[in-house]
Design a binder for this molecule. Structure first.
Ligand SMILES: [Zn+2]
Length: 330
């Protein structure tokens, strides 16, 4: 296949991608987050299936699940979910690492192994198959599921040496394979700096997506970042504890008013990485109604229209830009 996007079940033509949530979670079997709060434990295949079906029912087609090595990534469970939607929807998984806080920054895998060897391990997850055990120990057993994105993470207003190494690994993995890169930024800080580090390694701007910028609702900052040519992944409507949805909607409208070309660099997602954000997990726990990942399509998209953003731009956010970002390109 000449141009391709790498899903858990194999490569697809970019045209098969459709409406895409560029940063989400269906399964998280453990990791530091879970120790911090039990609501981060998302280990039910049935709940994951329920949520993904709901995404499809509301017009969605694909989802990038952003759990990296050492953060509860569970390849067998994700494969089980993906298999049950074969031919109906696409799931893409990531290799790479999260922010330093989720690891021991002195003794963990990324900390102690030389950079080039870590890059080799990440490249293999993309070209040969993700490790069944997500590199939690010396035994490696490759599954048929390959990663389609490499992740890196940065901290709140700081990029530690460990995180800088994670960015280098992501850059070199992308340069070797052409894969896209997703960066976790803490509350939207250090996004410009993280992008600059990746670009300085020679990564092309259209490989890079910066996540969680909605948590730093500074439209001038967005503009400065977009002028680097990278994607911003606005992944979190339905998070009123941070900001009302209208703050993000108005900022997006403002950006397009500044320059309509910014429409080509915006991605959307829900990042519903806690049980109580999702319908499937909430039902399983007998909780009250959650709004779920489909909120992005059935509530946030109508708001974008209400603030005056045209269908053409919304189609770019949901279909065309994810397609460009996720298509492997060297
Ligand atoms: Zn996330």
């Amino acid at each position: 296949m000449e141009k391709f996007i790498r899903t858990v079940l194999g490569d697809i033509a970019p045209e098969e991608l459709g409406v895409t949530d560029c940063h989400d979670h269906l399964i998280r079997s453990g990791g530091i987050e879970v120790r911090e709060h039990k609501d981060f434990l998302m280990d039910s295949v049935d709940a994951g299936k329920y949520e993904f079906q709901d995404w499809l029912n509301n017009g969605g087609k694909s989802m990038v699940c952003c759990d990296p090595i050492g953060c509860g990534r569970d390849v067998p469970k994700m494969l089980e979910i993906a298999e049950s939607f074969k031919g109906k929807g696409n799931i893409i998984m990531v290799t790479g690492f999260h922010k330093g806080h989720f690891y021991d920054e002195r003794t963990s895998f990324l900390a102690v192994v030389p950079t080039d060897k870590v890059v080799e391990m990440c490249v293999k997850e993309i070209t040969e198959g993700m490790d069944k055990y997500s590199y939690c120990g010396p035994v490696v057993e490759r599954t048929k599921a390959k990663a389609g994105v490499v992740k890196a993470g940065t901290g709140y207003a700081v990029i530690s040496p460990f995180e800088r190494k994670g960015l280098e690994v992501a850059a070199k993995t992308s340069l070797a394979t052409g894969c896209p890169i997703v960066v976790h930024t803490q509350l939207g800080t250090m996004a410009y700096e993280a992008a600059k580090i990746l670009l300085d390694f020679g990564v092309k701007p259209d490989r890079i997506a910066l996540s969680h910028l909605n948590k730093n609702p500074d439209k001038y900052y967005y503009k400065k970042i977009l002028d680097l040519g990278v994607f911003i992944n606005f992944d979190g409507p339905d998070r009123v504890k941070y900001y009302a949805d209208s703050v993000l909607a108005d900022n997006l409208k403002w950006l397009l008013d500044q320059d309509p070309k910014y429409a080509n660099q915006i991605l959307l997602a829900m990042d519903a990485g806690r049980c109580f954000y999702q319908i499937g997990y909430s039902k399983e726990r007998g909780d009250k109604t959650a709004l779920g990942i489909s909120y992005l399509l059935n509530r946030f998209v109508p708001l974008l229209k209400e603030v005056g953003i045209k269908d053409d731009a919304i189609n770019k956010f949901l279909v065309e830009n994810p397609k460009k970002w996720l298509t492997f390109s060297k």
